[in-house]
Ligand binder design. Structure first.
Ligand SMILES: [Ca+2]
Ligand SMILES: [Ca+2]
Ligand SMILES: [Ca+2]
Length: 186
């Protein structure tokens, strides 16, 4: 076998191993999801109801609805994080300078002063004293991802596993029936 052909075989094997591995991880996570469902059926039923009532349509939720929910919640967290700093954007140019922070500080209580200074410092990624729109967005995004992490998002997406009749929609009845089955089986 030529060197190139051997290289190709290695790549194919490596890809196969990584695909097999990722499937195993996803399978393990699916198992964990159903274990959690068995452990805390009420809490899952409540979570599913919240998702369906908040972001579903006609008493059901689909994949798109779950994605919308994730996007809306992350946007809210970004807005919360952004507000903390944008209150100091006194000249409304979208950026927050150290001078603007300095002007605002005396109007704040001592604990709030410390918070504002720390947020500004943390957000000023290149340390030039000005938090630009891009820096602000990066920090807000990071905050949103700590509040609604990829793991948590994956957990929400797994609610689609409750779609017993496989029509692409999870109804509260489906969630309820499945949880009842678990309860009887327990
Ligand atoms: Ca400004
Ligand atoms: Ca900066
Ligand atoms: Ca269904």
């Amino acid at each position: 076998m030529s060197f190139a052909a051997r290289g190709m075989v290695l790549v194919v094997v490596a890809l196969w191993v990584s695909v097999a591995k990722s499937q195993t991880i996803e399978e393990a996570l699916v198992d964990a999801f159903f274990d959690a469902l068995r452990d805390k059926p009420e809490s899952y039923l409540e979570q599913t109801a919240t998702v369906i009532l908040g972001y579903g349509r006609d008493g059901a939720i689909d994949e798109k609805g779950i994605e919308t929910m994730i996007a809306i919640q992350r946007a809210k967290y970004r807005a919360t994080a952004g507000r903390r700093l944008l209150v100091a954007d006194l000249n409304n140019d979208g950026e927050v300078s150290r001078a603007e922070i300095g002007t605002l500080l005396p109007t704040y209580s001592s604990s709030m002063r410390a918070r504002l200074v720390l947020i500004h410092r943390e957000s000023d990624l290149d340390g030039n004293g000005i938090v630009t729109v891009a820096e602000q967005r990066a920090l807000s995004d990071a905050y949103a991802l700590t509040k609604l992490s990829e793991d948590k998002a994956a957990d929400l997406r797994r609610l689609m596993l409750l779609d017993a009749n496989n029509d692409g929609w999870v109804t509260l009845d489906e969630a309820h029936e499945l949880i009842e089955e678990f309860r009887e089986g327990a």
